[in-house]
Write a protein that binds this ligand. Sequence first.
Ligand code: S3P
Length: 169
Amino acid sequence: MRVFLIGFMGSGKTHWGKQLAAQLTIPFFDLDEVITTLEKRTIPEIFAESGEESFRITEKKCLEELIENHSSMVLSCGGGTPCFFNNIDLMKKYGIVVWLNTNIEILLQRLLKEKLTRPLLKNMADAELKSYIIRKLNERRMYYEQSDVILDNENSISVNAFIQTILHA
Ligand code: S3P
């Protein structure tokens, strides 16, 4: 079983992914961490030194390798992962794709605190962040909506309810 967790930056993919993998007793990976280990550079360094296009190519390569090497895993993807190349099709073909559709106010509160670790946000004034989230989410929605499972209120459910929803899918 492969579970791909997708959603906007700050939607809690890593938090839920770790808990889900522990409960299912299957390996957990965070795609950004896999990229960082391979490149021996942080995500902001990759963006700054090589550009987003190069990051997206590495992201795809790491996604393909993880799928090839692990028939069971929970993978927490980056916010943009499903929106480039045919990544969403690949994930749907080889596993269950779960979208954490976290509400915009929660994303905003989290991202205001975590802006600096995210190259797409780090130069943005706090006042611009909300309109950026709304715009980017609207651009990405068409990819996120292709998920097999959509969790609209994941903050209010228990790990067990979260897992049951995924297993039913
Ligand atoms: C990105 C999200 C980040 C990381 C990179 C690009 C995006 O991952 O992959 O900064 O395009 O939304 P998180 O969603 O884990 O922050």
